[in-house]
Each structure stands twice: as structure tokens, then as C-alpha cells.
Design a protein around this ligand. Sequence first.
Ligand SMILES: NC(=O)c1ccc[n+]([C@@H]2O[C@H](COP(=O)([O-])OP(=O)(O)OC[C@H]3O[C@@H](n4cnc5c(N)ncnc54)[C@H](OP(=O)(O)O)[C@@H]3O)[C@@H](O)[C@H]2O)c1
Length: 327
Amino acid sequence: MKAWRVSELGEPRDVMSLEEVPDPQPGAGQLLVRVLGAAANFPDVLMCRGLYQVRPPLPFTPGVELCGEVLALGTGTTGFALSDRVIGASVLPAGGFAELALMDTATTFPAPGALDDGESAAFYIGYQTGWFGLHRRAHLQPGETLLVHAAAGGVGSAAVQLGKAAGARVIGVVGGPEKAEVARRLGADVVVDRHSEDFVAVVKEVTGGRGADVVFDPVGGDTYQRSTKCIAFEGRILVVGFAGGQIQSAALNHALVKNYSILGLHWGLYTKKDPALVRACHDQLSKLAADGLVKPLVSERLGLDAVADGLQRLGDGTTVGRVAYVP
Ligand SMILES: NC(=O)c1ccc[n+]([C@@H]2O[C@H](COP(=O)([O-])OP(=O)(O)OC[C@H]3O[C@@H](n4cnc5c(N)ncnc54)[C@H](OP(=O)(O)O)[C@@H]3O)[C@@H](O)[C@H]2O)c1
């Protein structure tokens, strides 16, 4: 089969090569799938760079989330049948940017009938992360104000839709007019272009000085620091990621004085600590998709040849919405 492989660490465009490799073989509890779609995620970029908490042995095929058709079942596999259309995580080093990939039944779920292959491929990590962040960690309530950074990006776009579905008022922060248009299409009530506007001033203005009740922050660094200037009394800041490249420190005296909470979120840990909750989340998300309340905005559908370029642009912060490989 054809697969992208990373044999040394560096920028995706420099270190990924499209190769002819042996078909992967499913181990116990694993599924061999024909890839129907694989969405690009920032962790794929970080893994190419060797900067992610997960460091697969070289060479590996990136592509951490996908939609696939089950072609073969490993020993002891239950709950799935040949030809099932599924979504979930890949088993690295046999990731989704290939013709075939491996999945683990523990992190595989039925693909939502309401979504096509490209949309389904982008319906796992971002939406699960958004749901766990907003509901499990931050307990977002209807009528509250939610501030979402990188609102046109992967996890951010999911957080915008899930915030709206939960009855919150959503303020989306993005870099540039094209992304602003996407954030509006996703349903954000207020959109701030960080290149030309100060989100702190806008949040204060539209909340009558109160600030945002929940901040969803996949960017970190200075974006986090400035979010503390517009967080509401009893607000919650979700530390989701550091796409800006800087890991910030928190001033705990400030958290004390303003009565806000700083919440860490490592969604992947729930797949090990509480798999039943991840399944329940998938069911709820699938219902939201069936009701038309959430739907990944796949802005680019790439052929296999274009994957390394797409991943590089995601790492450079220039992609809009979700980018997915769809054969
Ligand atoms: N905590 C968890 O469990 C969890 C789960 C999944 C992902 N994550 C993390 O969430 C973050 C976002 O991942 P994603 O896949 O959804 O990516 P993404 O948001 O689609 O891409 C990153 C976005 O961050 C913004 N950004 C701001 N400064 C940047 C810079 N210096 N370089 C690059 N981007 C910059 C850009 O949006 P604007 O230009 O619009 O600001 C860019 O589009 C990553 O750090 C990832 O590791 C965490």
C-alpha cells in the first residue's frame, strides 16, 4: 500500500515521504481499515517535529484520527464486523495518512450516519476535546459567555459549535478575515480578528465589563495571559494547548484575587481512565450531528499526494477549518 512515512524528525514538508510499504497487520483487539478519510491535527505536526508527548518509533505514518471501512479483525475483537464504517484513533505507527491503517477497538466508534467520510474523519478528537472541556471540566451553562481562541481551527471550531449547542453566547478569536468568515459560519455570535482588534477590549465591551465565563484556549502563551484580563468572576480558563509555541506560567495570586479557575485538559487520558464516558460522549455527539447542531467544517479535501503540504500549512497556522485527506 501507499503511505506517508516520517523517518527523521523535522517540519512535515521536509521529513514526510510517500512510500510503498507492506500492508499493516491487525494485532489482538485491532482492526485493519481502508482509510475513507483522515483529518489533519496539530499533534500530527508536533509528532513530525518530535515535540509531542507521544513519540512513535521511526519510521511512522502520521494521521491520528480517521474514518475507515473495516477490512479485517484482529484476534479477540468484539463489537465490530467487516465493512463497518467507523471513526476514531489510529494505532501508530500505522496512522491514517495511508491507504490502510490500524485502529484499536477501545478507541473506535460507529461513524455518524449524518456525516460524510471527510466530516466523519474530523469528528473524533476535536469534538470529544471540546465536549470534555466545556461540559466535563468547565461545566458551561446556558446563557454563559464562552470565549474560544483559534475559533476557526480544529478543536476551536468544535468548541464554537458545541458552545452554541449548549446555549452559550460564543465569542470567537481568529487570525485574519478569511478565518473570521469561517467562525461566523460556525455560529459564533461575536468574532474578533486578533490581527486588527484587541480581544480583551471586545470581550469587556460585549459583556458589559463582566468578562467571559469560560475561555477555551488551544493557543497559550500571551493569549492565555491576556485572557486572564477578561475572565469573569468565577470564570474558568481551559488550558487546551500551546499552538502559539509558548508554554505559559500562571500567576496564582491573580487567580485568587479574581476568583477564577485554571483547568487543565488532556482529553486522551479519558480514553484510558474512563472509556465508558468517552463512549457516552460519542453517543451524545452523534445525536447532536443527527439533529444538525454540529458538523465539522471541512474546508479542504486533499488527495494522498497533498497531505504533507496540508500538514505543513496546519503547523504554520494558515489553514482554515478542517483539512482532511479523502481518497
Ligand atoms: N488538550 C487536549 O486534549 C487536546 C486535544 C487536541 C488538540 N490539542 C491541542 O490544541 C491545539 C490546537 O490543535 P488543532 O489541531 O485544533 O490546531 P488548529 O487550532 O487548527 O491550528 C492552530 C491554530 O492556532 C492559532 N495560532 C496562534 N498562534 C499560532 C502560531 N504561532 N503558530 C500556529 N498556530 C497559531 C492559529 O489560529 P488563528 O490564526 O485563528 O489564531 C492556528 O490556526 C494544539 O496545541 C493541540 O496539541 C489539545
